[in-house]
Design a protein around this ligand. Structure first.
Ligand SMILES: Nc1ncnc2c1ncn2[C@@H]1O[C@H](COP(=O)(O)OP(=O)(O)OP(=O)(O)O)[C@@H](O)[C@H]1O
Ligand SMILES: [Mg+2]
Length: 222
């Protein structure tokens, strides 16, 4: 019988086949999804299941040219700014570290893995967004406003709901988006502008979007 080689994971993905060069101690488990900026994997690191965000070189170049910033560091810093705020800790994935910043390994950001469902999935399950969740959303928006923390509308777009006891808790994890600098807007869509769509939301930003989703769900439920 041969001893299992500790360097070769029994299951999981081969980084080489994924086009990645990773430091030892990082084990790719499964691919979670690919977006505009790169691919996200579920991985193991120091005994924990984490999210590994591997950025495309083209996305890294774009952030370098547009913002003069390293995309992985940029995402980690925005993540940290949220996590630093005590009232937002429960609603923010834990940032871990950036690897590959020196260019010798693939550029990645390691972050807590958020095991949850999307707002749309929650809506399908319940037929509405529960009232307590709307209030949690409002509390998050308020904290960000009071402390002038930017980006909540962008970061809440990709939010996942994680079950804790019998409630759903929104957790933000997608911090690569560039915050909109203008005032938070209430955006009516084309039909609303023509006066034939549903009423526009009464709140700006992501809460307005939650409100519209809720109205649509309640209408569908009859
Ligand atoms: N920390 C995390 N925990 C769990 N899932 C994650 C985490 N980070 C990202 N994901 C998931 O990985 C997938 C890819 O995310 P990513 O943000 O790169 O792409 P996207 O949301 O599809 O597109 P976009 O580029 O517009 O953000 C998504 O399904 C996202 O929900
Ligand atoms: Mg995303």
């Amino acid at each position: 019988m041969t001893e299992p080689n500790p360097d070769t994971p029994a299951s999981g993905l081969d980084p080489h086949a994924e086009g990645l060069k990773l430091p030892p101690g990082l084990e790719l488990l499964t691919k979670v999804g690919t977006g505009r900026a790169g691919t996200v994997y579920k991985a193991r690191f120091q005994g924990e299941t984490i999210a590994l965000k591997a950025y495309k070189p083209s996305a890294a170049d774009w952030y370098r040219k547009k913002l003069d910033k390293n995309i992985a560091v940029y995402e980690m810093m925005q993540n940290r700014a949220y996590r630093k705020q005590s009232e937002l800790v429960n609603y923010t994935a834990k940032p871990i570290r950036v690897v590959g910043q020196d260019g010798k390994l693939s550029l990645c950001f390691l972050q807590e893995f958020v095991d949850g469902i999307t707002l749309e999935e929650l809506g399908e399950r319940y037929g509405h967004i529960p009232g307590y969740l709307m209030r949690t959303g409002e509390a998050i928006a308020r904290v960000c406003e009071e402390h002038t923390i930017k980006g909540v509308d962008e970061f809440m777009k990709g939010v996942k709901l994680r079950q804790k006891a019998s409630t759903w808790v929104p957790v933000m994890f997608d911090f690569k988006h560039i915050p909109n600098d203008g005032p938070r807007e209430i955006k009516p869509n084309l039909l609303q502008r023509l006066g034939i769509g549903q009423r526009p939301p009464s709140q700006p930003g992501f809460m307005g979007e939650w409100e519209l989703l809720n109205r649509r769900l309640e209408k569908e439920a009859g």
